[in-house]
Design a protein around this ligand. Sequence first.
Ligand SMILES: Nc1ncnc2c1ncn2[C@@H]1O[C@H](COP(=O)(O)OP(=O)(O)OP(=O)(O)O)[C@@H](O)[C@H]1O
Ligand SMILES: O=c1ccn([C@@H]2O[C@H](COP(=O)(O)O)[C@@H](O)[C@H]2O)c(=O)[nH]1
Length: 242
Amino acid sequence: MTAAAPAYRRILLKLSGEALMGGGAHGIDPDVLERFACEIRDLVADGVQVALVIGGGNIFRGAGLAARGMDRVTGDQMGMLATVMNALAMQDALERLEVSSRVMSALKINQVCEDYIRRRAMRHLDRGRVVIFAAGTGNPFFTTDSAASLRAIEVGAELLVKATKVDGIYSADPVQHPDAVFYSRISYDQALREGLKVMDTTAIVLCRDHGMPLRVMNINESGALLRLVRGEDIGSLVVSGN
Ligand SMILES: Nc1ncnc2c1ncn2[C@@H]1O[C@H](COP(=O)(O)OP(=O)(O)OP(=O)(O)O)[C@@H](O)[C@H]1O
Ligand SMILES: O=c1ccn([C@@H]2O[C@H](COP(=O)(O)O)[C@@H](O)[C@H]2O)c(=O)[nH]1
């Protein structure tokens, strides 16, 4: 029996920077990086065009640095540079698996990687290359969740997948509230009304206003991403509604 064709032609996958730490306190666990790269390779092998945004929470977050006294904009710039490091690490891991990829940065750092140019990004995707969008939106006071929504809309992704450490969206943070209720399907407005912190508000509003379907799923569940792009109901789906 042949496998089902993927349900999506092009997706944007937002990977949590923190998930890259594995069991560590910060930085990148090479085994975890390789595991995530294998999951992405399987999507590409299935014929899905994959754009990636990786967070920077495993290295720096501007808000955290500002809380310790640093100028917020400087902290955010360090956070954005942290996402470039994660992007380079992922590019390296993908290319070791013979998956062609490009890093495109919203901040100019073009001795290291390409600048973000939308039409070039779309061309890379059309050619089957994984495009890793680095440095978030290029502006302070934003997050990589917002960058993921923005880029997903810009490049015409059919689905934004937020791959994180929990199984999906709950009525409260399940890490702190183990009795929280799981939502398999929820509207953008309900997520905003209930102030659910799994994805930042700007990112959800962008998805809502531009009709970008959003899935939140657990990246640590092996094979789940592939099943998702093949149409299985994995994690939580955020769409229009009440
Ligand atoms: N209502 C909720 N449902 C699910 N998860 C929630 C909720 N509220 C808070 N969370 C937390 O949100 C986290 C998801 O965000 P994640 O760690 O991916 O954040 P991020 O800031 O995007 O990551 P990073 O900065 O590391 O890239 C989960 O680990 C979970 O503990
Ligand atoms: O558009 C953006 C995206 C990110 N930042 C800064 O980077 C860090 C890391 O991103 P996370 O989404 O938290 O993983 C973020 O905390 C910001 O400080 C940014 O300034 N602009």
